[in-house]
Design a binder for this molecule. Structure first.
Ligand code: SD4
Length: 390
């Protein structure tokens, strides 16, 4: 490799360009070895496959310290931002945004996102959701912050805000995960109110319908495209018959003004599930994963398929290796599909992800998955995800 750095010595601009040209060749040599903005090993000054070239390059480059600075600089992140699963993520994002806009913590924003959707009466999150096959609503939720603190509840009954119980576990106990009766006991001991356990009118009607056949048959949740579909099945149509928004499991990721990431996932799980069944949503690494150095991911869909591959952990690890959020989600979806592509035609899984730079992405098994992104102007923008099957 030749360096023509003396030719244009009188013009800083030219020197700069020449050096960049040569460094560009260096970069080309290394792009196949996982060039990514999150790894210190990717500085052109630390790559060492050719020691002589490296030393020569360093010697030439040192006097022009601006170049070192150029490569040391990480692109500015787009922040704050909040991204949630589905078009119903508009409800969650609208509750999270005021926290972020005021410079608040991503963790507080995602908790507010969860509370808003848990308050809303709908098929799939909170106490208004569809029950299990014995007629009881059981809730799953988890939360994770920028320091890898996390808390989770599963199979929790008659408590309105499972997300806040999860946060309480995270902040006040040595544990991560409480389930069932123990989780409820903990909630009551910490001032959460015991609710009646009555089904919402919608859920009661759905349960009555379901009991006629009493079959547990998950259907593909392509709710984004189902606006005219009647009946929820285990999953929900995008809008109810009266035109109001309906939705599915809510996963929310936020990047705050300080550049910190947090996430949450909350659900009443698959409708008419077996009693005691727990899906991916409360499982750290399945329904949600946050690594503040890299990014965060959350999921919606057939939980069993996500658990099998530790889905959101996988997405974050793919981002760590240099993939964009969308590429990382796609790779994780492909991992789910690979063992049995025929079977994959029968279920839905969707991932959303954000990296440290504020880039977001999504990918799903089936067409019809969507996410809501809020940043800048505070308005939630619904984006349809790419999918494996069209
Ligand atoms: C579950 N993943 O319980 C949840 C359900 C869901 O969109 O996400 N539905 O398996």
């Amino acid at each position: 490799m030749k360096f023509h750095i003396f030719i244009d010595r009188n013009s800083g601009k030219c020197i700069f360009e020449k050096i960049l040209n040569n460094l560009g060749k260096y970069f080309q040599n290394f792009t196949n070895t996982n060039l990514n903005p999150f790894s210190h090993a990717n500085s052109p000054f630390t790559m060492s496959t050719n020691r002589r070239s490296f030393l020569r390059l360093s010697a030439f480059a040192l006097p022009f310290s601006g170049i070192n600075q150029l490569f040391a600089k990480t692109p500015l992140a787009i922040k704050p931002l909040v991204i949630s699963t589905w078009d119903s993520g508009q409800i969650s994002n609208a509750a999270a945004w005021p926290v972020l806009e005021k410079g608040g913590r991503a963790l507080d924003a995602v908790e507010q996102a969860a509370i808003a959707i848990e308050n809303d009466i709908n098929c799939c999150v909170g106490l208004g959701g569809n029950p299990d096959r014995d007629g009881h609503v059981t809730l799953d939720a988890c939360i994770m912050d920028e320091k890898s603190n996390c808390g989770a509840v599963a199979f929790l009954e008659r408590i309105k805000h499972p997300i806040s119980v999860a946060r309480k576990i995270m902040e006040t106990t040595p544990h991560v995960f409480l389930a069932g009766e123990g989780a409820q006991q903990f909630a009551l001991a910490n001032g959460f109110k015991l609710e009646s356990g009555r089904l919402s009118p919608d859920a009661a009607e759905e349960y009555k319908k379901w009991l006629k056949k009493a079959e547990y048959k998950p259907v593909i949740n392509i709710e984004h495209k189902q606006s005219k579909t009647k009946g929820h099945g285990p999953f929900a149509p995008a809008r109810l018959d009266d035109g109001s928004f309906n939705h599915d499991t809510m996963g929310t990721l936020a990047l705050d003004a300080q550049g910190n990431l947090s996430g949450m996932c909350t659900t009443s799980g698959m409708g008419f599930k077996m009693r005691g069944r727990v899906g991916d949503s409360p499982i750290i690494g399945a329904g949600l994963f946050v690594d503040n150095e890299v990014g965060a991911a959350t999921s919606s869909g057939q939980g069993e398929e996500v658990i099998r591959v530790c889905g959101t952990h996988l997405v974050v690890e793919f981002m760590r290796s240099g993939l964009s959020p969308e590429e990382a989600c796609k790779k994780a979806i492909e991992r789910i599909i690979k063992p049995n592509p025929e079977r994959a035609k029968t279920f839905q899984v969707g991932f959303i992800a954000v990296n440290k730079l504020g880039q977001v992405g999504a990918y799903s098994v089936q067409k019809g998955f969507a996410y809501t992104l809020t940043t800048g102007d505070g308005k939630g923008k619904v984006v349809e995800s790419k999918s494996y099957f069209s």
